[in-house]
Design a protein around this ligand. Structure first.
Ligand code: TXA
Ligand code: MG
Length: 327
């Protein structure tokens, strides 16, 4: 895969690859995405294969204008219009009733479609050059940590995509907030940079939490966004107690600073939630590549502004909890 600067020529080249049914990775303000023509079922088959993603999981459709909603969606509730008016372009995905024009591969066979308008300039330029909606999951292998730089994309996908447009490190660093408005209610499927407080300000109420009947969504699987190294969640300041005795190569991700006596790989998260979200995935990736036996992640606060980081940390550490995996 070529890592290309986002020049006008390279963006045109990327649009041509997409027009021919190929795959292109591109930057958004949240994380890097892997794009395919949202109306081309063969391209979507290639997209799912490149990610190693099950066919029944839906992908988000990216657009560069709200007017695309008329083509993609059968009904646009007033609340969706209000949210789009305020937060698009930006890190918010709206799940709405699909129109008949949306291929089944995009919706995972469900009656809804997720739509978002990204605000990264290279994403906008690519959408404009291509001239239509792009289906794009995060540009990582299924279940793994999302990429926030072009080299992360290369590490994840290798030759599975033709190119990645390099837009620098992702500004937000965590995937978009997903709101499901398809059932009359407003349901938060995935917390992100658009917070519950932001939504409350626009709609005058908080979004509901997903119930058992909510749609399938890999972002809602208990384990997701996970390193390969066994990764365990511990209370704040709890890294020392979590470690069994022996010569364990240990990594720690913490809001606290590295103790003088610590031997291992220590990553300190910034104290502000937005800054922590921005570097969370790069820190997890560095720890995962550190040749460690165990990664210990310390809890972050459970306040609304930390919700997105809290959610991703819970998912990154879920496999170890469920399977009792690792030392
Ligand atoms: O920030 C983002 O949203 C990034 C960038 C590239 O835009 N994309 C992203 O895509 O995170 P992906 O596929 O890795 O995660 C999208 C999430 C999945 O959990 C998927 O199931 C959910 O969105 N989703 C998509 N369409 C849906 C639908 N119709 N109903 C419910 N969930 C949906
Ligand atoms: Mg993803």
């Amino acid at each position: 895969m070529a890592i290309l600067a986002p020049t006008r020529d390279n963006i045109e080249r990327a649009a041509t690859v997409l027009e021919r049914g190929g795959l292109v990775a591109f930057p958004t303000e949240t994380v890097y995405g892997l794009a395919a023509d949202a109306f081309d079922s063969d391209a979507l088959t290639r997209l799912f294969a490149a990610k190693g993603r099950p066919q029944n999981h839906p992908v988000i459709v990216h657009v560069d204008a709200t007017s695309w909603l008329e083509r993609l969606v059968s009904e646009i509730p007033a609340e969706a219009r209000a949210l789009a008016a305020l937060f698009w372009p930006g890190p918010l995905t709206l799940v709405l009733e699909r129109s008949t024009q949306v291929p089944d591969a995009v919706t995972g066979g469900q009656e809804t479609v997720g739509v978002r308008m990204p605000r990264h300039p290279v994403a906008s330029q690519l959408l404009r050059a291509f001239g239509g909606p792009l289906a794009a999951p995060s540009a990582n292998r299924f279940g793994r940590v999302s990429p926030t730089t072009a080299s992360h994309v290369l590490e994840e996908l290798g030759e599975r995509a033709a190119m990645v447009l390099d837009g620098g490190p992702s500004e937000v660093g965590l995937e978009s907030t997903i709101l499901d408005l398809s059932g009359g209610e407003v349901v938060l499927l995935r917390p992100g940079a658009v917070t519950e407080d932001d939504i409350h300000k626009v709609l005058g109420r908080r979004p509901a939490r997903p119930g058992v009947s909510s749609p399938r969504s890999p972002g809602r699987l208990a384990s997701h966004y996970a390193p390969r190294t066994p990764t365990r969640l511990v209370p704040r300041g709890g890294h020392a107690r979590a470690v069994p005795s022996g010569d364990l190569r240990l990594g720690v991700l913490s809001l606290g600073s590295e103790p003088i006596s610590f031997r291992g790989l220590w990553k300190q998260l910034p104290a502000r939630p937005e800054a922590a979200g921005k570097c969370l995935y790069a820190a997890l990736r560095d720890l995962d590549n550190g040749g460690l036996d165990l990664i210990v992640v310390e809890e972050v606060p459970l306040t609304p502004s930390w919700a997105a980081v809290h959610d991703r940390i819970a998912k990154a550490t879920a496999a170890s909890r469920q399977q009792g995996e690792g030392p």
